[in-house]
Design a protein around this ligand. Sequence first.
Ligand code: TXA
Ligand code: MG
Length: 331
Amino acid sequence: MNTKLLKPNKQTYELAKNLINAGEIVAFPTETVYGLGADATNEIAVKKIFEAKGRPNDNPLIVHLGAKEDIKKYVLNINHLEQKIIDLFMPGPISLVLQKNDKIPYVVTAGGETVAIRLPENDIARDFINTCKKPICAPSANTSKRPSPTLAKHVFDDLNGKIPLIIDGGQTEVGIESTVVKVEGNCLYILRPGKISKEELENKLGVKVLSNITQSGIVQSPGTKYTHYKPKCDMILVKTDVIENIKKLYEENTKLGKKVIIFCKKEDKCKFKNMNVVSLGKNSEEASHNLFKMLREYENNDLILAEFIDNGNMVEGLYNRMSKSCSGNII
Ligand code: TXA
Ligand code: MG
């Protein structure tokens, strides 16, 4: 299959619509990462997503919609707190798990009775969904286990020849995937942290938000038992005595003949003189924006030594992605 990379315009959206209606899959940008979309009501099309990504079929997909009014078409009921989340946070980088109705096939939800709903705020994602006039289920558009794609090139590198079209919207803004939340009883749980933080949810909703993330950064929700975001080389996340430990590990490993690269906070770059070093950004927002792109860019080294960046508003989301990228290799 020939994979087209096209800029977003009317013609591209029309082509995308025709492909989606024909049961094909299309990659598109969102504000978080690129998604790999199919008509969520077409089981055969949805199965193509799992095949193209090599994704285990017990990991459910998020359904992307163009308008708030559409949500009730695909779910059974929406309680007061869920409605408040929709009113205050959508469109935006959040996915809300609700009870599905029979319009959503089980292949989307991995056999479950719930469906994660998301309204992207990125114009290209919305134009694509609104042109298709279909609920679009989409995981991140990477091969399973690889870092999520934040550029059309990343999608192309992973899925060239496997999908007919990638809509090229440039680099995504947030850089890590949406916050996944679920209401149970009167409590709100974060199943996957993202740009919308626990504090922001608590402040705007006035409820206690529980995070079912263990201290090691492992999330207890479907999908999370799998390896994620792994670069091709080894990676160590350094949280304690950062500067000393990175310097020590750099020296030990270069002596062994390994090619080592340091990812650090902008202000710390000058502390690693005469070493291979790049800045992830000045805070957790910038580092989240850059992380997946840099993992792909620098994975031709033997070892990435990454400083954990603990300032800014996206610390939890960033830590979750970094601790998975290094497969829990944290000191
Ligand atoms: O930002 C994002 O969310 C991106 C863009 C493309 O929208 N999508 C994305 O999809 O990250 P994916 O499939 O790579 O990750 C979806 C996550 C998985 O961890 C999955 O287990 C969880 O959401 N999820 C999906 N449906 C769920 C459900 N019904 N209950 C609990 N978790 C669910
Ligand atoms: Mg993913």
